[in-house]
Design a protein around this ligand. Structure first.
Ligand code: GTP
Ligand code: MG
Length: 444
């Protein structure tokens, strides 16, 4: 069977396009605060690779539903089984003219066989002006469902129930701006009841969508882990003539190059998750601090004590002992840490960004990053950014505030510590990267 097709219809400005954007995870759907944003029917597809999981057709809102209903009634008494044909007749005879332009745009996909998603704004009271729209849709006799959207703060769900039940057997709330992936699945599950001959394909579509979602996270984990490994092993190589370059300047250039690579990672995360257009307001937010700033270290890094434990005592302690220990504060640990801080400063590069090596008399190499905290900072920043976008709806058009949670997302510190350490040395072999990816996947 070919893919599932749903046409999203309703009154103007009720969130039809927002629902299309969310369900197809497509940020390019036109959404606007004024009625009349969508002027033509347009198909959007949710695809996994080349395979179409389903198609949603965005349409303009009804403009002249009463006149259209009058036209249908003026055709004389017809039995219920003739009504779908009557809608086809309407499209054939009236759509070449412009009078019913918007109705024609939304009815064409219906007469061609798409299932109907009728969107209402249940944060506004019910009014009988919607009855002509629902009556017209009933003529189509297509599988259908009513979706309750909530654009405002109020809730008139109760008021909407009785009229909607007369026209639709399934009524489902769905907020396109707040919907999570499981809300998305729930909506599809509800759709599996709209018609018996649709249920099998919808169940299959749900399975595919779940696989697609998992693959999306895997690709993301793979991108973040390999980029971080690359950044951690990055070396800046420069040629120079006669005078040795200034070391401070070299450190700065190195930092700029690393920061550029981190920004590229953020852009790649955006691209992978389909958010290249959304402005993300990070002016006052944590991610706007430089990767190498004190603020970033405080927000995203580990404390000196944790670093000491992770990087000096890992071989001495067993398994979960480190993870446990770094969460608590014991006197004994304090003593060990106190004694080790000086040692670590010299040996593990805490607070020391990178080394500068002069090779021969014309080449200088800066890096890789020595400070073990940078790996954690990079990781936590990338995770915070990825999670923010994973929770964001593709219907979001206003600036998104980056709200970063304070709690450290890294629970398995010891495992991350050893992998980040390997990445720092070389860029990690493929099994390290795979392990890194698996650990990250659990956090996404
Ligand atoms: N807060 C909030 N705003 C929403 C929601 N759904 C839609 N909106 C806003 O409502 C306005 C209209 O949304 P659209 O999706 O363009 O509505 P539409 O039904 O496609 O409108 P037309 O194409 O003009 O018929 C936009 O400003 C949306 O951002 C919602 O669930 N919550
Ligand atoms: Mg629209």
């Amino acid at each position: 069977m070919s893919h599932l097709k749903f046409v999203v219809v309703g009154h103007p400005n009720k969130g039809k396009s927002s629902i299309v954007a969310t369900l197809t995870q497509n940020e390019s759907v036109a959404i606007g605060p004024r009625p009349g944003t969508t002027t033509k029917a347009r198909s959007f597809y949710l695809k996994s690779g080349d395979e179409v999981l389903y198609e949603l057709i965005d349409t303009p809102g009804f403009q002249r539903p009463k006149r259209l209903l009058e036209w249908l009634k003026a055709q004389g008494e017809v039995s219920a089984n003739e009504r779908p044909k009557l809608l086809e007749k309407f499209v054939q005879s009236e759509c070449p003219s412009e009078i019913f332009h918007d109705e024609c745009e939304l009815l064409r996909p219906i007469v061609e066989g798409a299932a109907i998603l009728y969107v209402v704004d249940a944060s506004k009271p019910y009014s009988s002006k919607f009855e002509a729209e629902m009556e017209i849709l009933r003529y189509a006799a297509r599988p259908s469902m009513a979706i309750l959207n909530y654009i405002g703060e109020d809730d008139y769900t109760q008021e909407w129930q009785a009229p909607l039940r007369q026209y639709f057997s399934i009524i489902k709330p769905f907020n396109p701006l707040k919907a999570s992936f499981s809300d998305h699945i729930d909506l599809l599950k509800a759709l599996s009841h709209i018609a018996p001959d649709w249920s099998e394909s919808i169940v299959k579509t749900i399975e595919h969508l779940q696989e697609y979602h998992q693959q999306k996270k895997e690709r993301l984990a793979s991108l973040i882990s390999s980029s971080i490994c690359e950044i951690l092993s990055f070396k800046l190589r420069k040629r120079y003539h006669i005078t040795k370059p200034n070391e401070e300047q070299l450190h700065r250039e190195f930092q700029v190059a690393v920061e550029k690579r981190e920004r590229e990672l953020f852009d790649q995360i955006r691209e992978q998750l389909g958010f290249t257009k959304l402005p993300i307001d990070m002016d006052l937010q944590h991610l706007n601090y430089s990767l190498f700033s004190q603020e970033s270290e405080e927000i995203f890094g580990l404390s000196k004590e944790k670093i000491v434990l992770l990087f000096t005592l890992t071989s001495a302690a067993t398994g979960g002992a480190i993870d446990l220990a770094v969460g608590g504060h014991s006197l004994l640990l304090g003593t060990i840490i106190g004694g080790t801080l000086g040692f670590i400063g010299a040996n593990y590069g805490y607070g020391k960004l990178s080394e500068i090596n002069f090779i021969g008399s014309t080449i200088v190499e800066v890096g890789p990053i020595k400070d073990p905290n940078i790996g954690f900072i990079l990781l936590n920043r990338a995770l915070a950014f990825a999670r923010l976008l994973l929770e964001t709806s593709h219907a979001q058009r206003a600036k998104k505030q980056a709200a970063i949670s304070d709690e450290s997302p890294l629970k398995e510190l010891k495992k991350f510590a050893s992998i980040l350490k390997k990445c720092q040395k070389s860029s990690g072999d493929s099994s390290d990267r795979e392990k890194f990816k698996e650990l990250l996947l659990e956090l996404l």
